[in-house]
Ligand binder design. Structure first.
Ligand code: BV8
Ligand code: ZN
Length: 250
């Protein structure tokens, strides 16, 4: 694809790269994206209603069961060539920051050193009352759709909650600030597998474009970020990204 060659030229000359990812990069690892995370028994719930503090307050067992099921799904899959290509960008570009909206650990397992998790992580549960980190329970791996009572904090016996950012919750300030800083300073921002609908995360590619970076989008579908993407690679991450890094750095 001529666009891949053009994108590779831009990438190979970049001094500072930001890789911005959404659920689409994990799709080919077999992880349902947020919108279709509610397959099977979960389909009767609206994810935006389930991923909220209110839902956890109303029915902690339902919400904890959903997140523990998602964590079990993640632990059972592997990073895909898209995640691995991102690790290659980090190894080859003079400077590269990975900013992800995903709550899985697939970037880490593909070799990314310290991705910035704008929406937290499934692997960092904490007490909903005193906010102390809580241990990951290796215990009962919930079947899909099964309620599971959250463990209790060993310090204050408050309920343990998933370490993710719910709708209506503020993003972790230091992480958001670092991501915005990287976006203002980069020459190239690769936005991969995100619908660009959730704010303030969706601002990151726009900030990069505003500060003069070339935005390269990888997504099989059109998204609102088409407006800021200088180069649009319409394809799947696990196919396009390996081709892109090979064309850029051999
Ligand atoms: C906040 C963690 C304020 C939890 C997530 C109206 C207008 C503007 C904003 C708002 C509004 N109403 C409400 C808001 C605010 C709200 C928001 O933006 N809502 C949206 C829906 C309009 N935002 C918030 O609430 C944020 N907080 O604003 O707080 C505040 C401030 C101060 C003090 C107090 C409060 C918090 C948002 C974070 C929510 N948490 N995740 C969990 O995971 O359970 S967001 C979650 O959904 C994901 O992290 C992801 O970011 C998002 C979307 O999920 P998906 O659709 O699955 O993924 P994605 O969007 O990435 O789409 C998949 C893409 O992949 C598609 O484009 C598809 O084409 C593509 N694809 C598919 N296959 C492939 C592929 N691409 C490449 N290769 C493939 N193979
Ligand atoms: Zn506690």
């Amino acid at each position: 694809m001529v666009d891949v060659r053009e994108a590779a030229k831009v990438l190979a000359q970049a001094r500072r790269v930001v890789v911005f990812t959404g659920a689409g990069i994990s799709a080919e690892s077999g992880v349902p994206t947020f919108r279709d995370a509610l397959t099977g028994l979960w389909e009767r719930y609206d994810p935006q209603a389930l991923a909220t503090p209110q839902a956890f307050e109303d029915d902690p067992d339902l919400v904890w069961g959903w997140y523990e099921w998602r964590r079990t799904v993640i632990s059972g899959v592997r990073p895909n060539p898209g995640h691995e290509a991102v690790a290659t960008v980090e190894a080859r570009a003079p400077r590269c920051a990975v900013v992800t909206q995903n709550v899985d650990d697939l970037h880490e397992r593909a070799g990314s050193a310290a991705p910035l998790h704008l929406h937290g992580s499934l692997f960092a549960p904490r007490c909903a009352s005193c906010a102390r980190p809580a241990p990951l329970t290796g215990g009962a791996e919930p079947a899909e759709g099964r309620r599971l009572a959250p463990p209790r904090c060993e310090h204050c016996s408050g309920p343990v909650r998933p370490g993710v950012v719910w709708f209506g919750e503020a993003l972790p300030e230091p992480v958001l600030e670092a991501a915005v800083q990287e976006a203002t300073e980069c020459d190239v921002l690769l936005t991969i597998g995100t619908s660009g609908l959730v704010y303030p995360a969706a601002e990151i590619p726009k900030v990069a474009a505003m500060f003069g970076a070339t935005v390269i989008q990888v997504n099989p579908q059109p998204t609102p970020l088409d407006a800021v993407a200088g180069i649009n690679l319409h394809g799947a991450a696990a196919t396009v990204l390996p081709a892109l890094v090979t064309a850029a750095w051999g």
